[in-house]
Design a protein around this ligand. Structure first.
Ligand SMILES: [Zn+2]
Length: 160
């Protein structure tokens, strides 16, 4: 039951082309391409504010853009509305060594298809609220909440 902005009906679409604003997340790595009100919440389309300058395998600067793929993730609610992000992930090809890679985000928790700050929020909420309630509040599945919490606890145990 993940909030799927891809399939939601667009109610209001705002295209922010000129002077792209940074999406308010730390690190500030994305700009907002558009913002839409959709059934179930808000959807932002984001792309990377800065591009990689070097190949992570051979350190060469002789790289070219090699297509994009969209990633759909969830973020913290904004003014009580659920937030979905469509992030345009840039792919690169190195002319030197021929390797390919996708630009990495520091604020996305790949495994859970959410931002790291949403993961942190869920982890902390889980200490005092039932999974079901958090799941309902965020329109996420209870399994997602439970898995995130289990991971959070095992991280805490490692620190002990
Ligand atoms: Zn390379």
């Amino acid at each position: 039951m993940i909030f799927n902005a891809k399939c939601s009906k667009i109610i209001l679409s705002e295209v922010l082309d000129m002077d792209k604003q940074l999406y308010p997340i730390e690190p500030a790595e994305f700009v907002i391409d558009s913002k839409e009100s959709v059934e179930g919440g808000l959807q932002y389309k984001l792309s990377f504010a800065m591009s990689d300058q070097k190949c992570p395998f051979c350190d060469s600067s002789d790289i070219v853009k090699n297509g994009t793929r969209n990633k759909y993730i969830r973020d913290l609610p904004e003014f009580g509305q659920n937030v979905g992000l469509e992030v345009k992930m840039q792919r690169y090809l190195c002319n030197e060594c021929g390797d390919q890679w996708t630009q990495e985000s520091k604020s996305i928790f790949e495994q859970y298809k959410m931002t790291t700050r949403l993961y942190d929020y869920i982890s902390k909420e889980s200490l005092s609220k039932p999974f079901k309630q958090i799941a309902d509040d965020l329109s996420l599945s209870p399994a997602t909440i439970r898995n995130a919490f289990t991971e959070y606890v095992s991280e805490l145990e490692k620190k002990l």
